[in-house]
Design a protein around this ligand. Structure first.
Ligand SMILES: Nc1nc2c([nH]c(=O)n2[C@@H]2O[C@H](COP(=O)(O)OP(=O)(O)OP(=O)(O)O)[C@@H](O)[C@H]2O)c(=O)[nH]1
Length: 337
């Protein structure tokens, strides 16, 4: 199902039938529709209704995910991902109200959807086609790390003619290496737009020391926490924990993080080192000792807006996790099997 995502001040959410009048009003504008290859001009009202109904079906099948871009409850545009049959790649598309152009909204929204596609859907590749006379759209793609891979042509129904297009592509590995900051909730769209349209730079990897715990309850279930919107890797499930600060031992950091994130006290608890992760995590190299903890004081509560779940070892793979965590799943299943 298509989730809700945050991109700066914007909420990206599934389309709803009641969005039809706003979609119709915004798309039935020559400056918008001329850049969309499949839509006629004028754009009939019932097409907006049919399109929204189809996005809901696509979402339940997982074949496409379309998001309304909204701010303060007002619909301003849309971003969509249409998945390939094997669900390993997708094409990205978007449109936005001309009133929002030049403010960074589309870049911000398309970036958040791209990030979700790569990190949560684990797609290998995204593609996007842009009419050659739409340089603003190509600039959005470049900021996301897309590269031009060729030229072609396509019939644009609105223009009634064949038009040259530029084909763009973004590989998963490229996106994961980009120096893209996590969206800051208070960042203004204007501030985002001030970023140059040059491709995002590749960051040199450094080793980041993070501690994490597999908290086990009496039934042997493991506590997972879902990273909240607004953070890097939002939407992914992970083992509670965090970065080791200067002058802290890993154990001190774990005790601090568990208090901050879950309001549980691990002081004096047996922190059993279980294994560690040493993996490329995109902008940094992650070194993460994982402790197994069976006793603590207090009841885990989400103190940082994260969702919590007690998960059977056999079900761990059903929860999308950061790539570096994936090798931990069979090890925990073996421990608890
Ligand atoms: N706690 C935790 N972090 C993980 C796991 N797997 C994994 O890749 N990480 C990464 O390791 C880093 C953890 O540091 P953190 O949780 O303090 O980072 P953060 O950015 O959320 O914290 P901050 O907002 O305080 O800087 C994040 O980049 C996170 O994505 C995991 O299973 N548990």
């Amino acid at each position: 199902m298509t989730p809700e995502l945050k991109a700066g001040d914007f909420l990206l959410r599934p389309l709803r039938p009641e969005d039809a009048p706003a979609v119709h009003r915004l798309v039935n504008d020559w400056s918008v529709v001329r850049m969309l290859s499949r839509l006629p001009f004028p754009y009939p009202r019932d097409l907006a209704q049919k399109w929204i109904a189809s996005t809901l079906e696509d979402s339940s099948r997982g074949s496409a995910h379309h998001f309304a871009i909204t701010r303060d409850g007002i619909l301003l545009g849309a971003v969509g991902l249409v998945l390939s049959d094997d669900k390993r790649s997708a094409s990205l598309g978007y449109w936005a109200s001309p009133a929002t152009w030049g403010q960074g909204m589309t870049t911000s929204a398309a970036r958040r959807v791209t990030e979700w596609a790569i990190q949560v859907l684990k797609l290998e590749k995204l593609t996007a086609d842009v009419a050659v006379d739409n340089p603003a759209s190509s600039a959005v793609l470049r900021k996301l790390g897309f590269r031009e891979t060729g030229r072609s042509s396509r019939r644009f129904v609105s223009r009634g003619t064949e038009c040259p297009i530029i084909v763009h592509e973004l590989a998963r590995s490229t996106f994961l290496q980009l120096d893209i900051p996590a969206p800051v909730e208070t960042a203004s769209p204007a501030a985002l737009e001030d970023q140059p349209s040059a491709p995002a730079p590749i960051r040199k990897p450094r080793t980041l020391l993070v501690v994490a715990a597999a908290l086990l309850d009496a039934q042997g279930r493991i506590l997972l926490a879902r990273r909240p919107e607004g953070k890097r890797l939002a939407g992914l499930w992970e083992f509670p924990g965090g970065k080791v600060e200067r002058d802290e031992t890993p154990e001190q950091a774990l005790i601090r993080e568990m208090k901050e994130e879950l309001d549980v006290d691990l002081t004096g608890a047996c922190l059993a080192p279980f294994t560690f992760v040493s993996e490329n995590a995109g902008p940094f190299h992650l070194l993460m000792p994982l402790y197994v903890v069976r006793r603590w004081r207090g009841v885990p509560a989400p103190r940082e807006g994260q969702a919590l779940a007690w998960v059977e070892a056999a079900d761990l793979a059903k929860y999308p996790m950061p790539d570096p965590d994936l090798p931990l799943i069979p090890l925990l299943q073996e421990l608890l099997g």
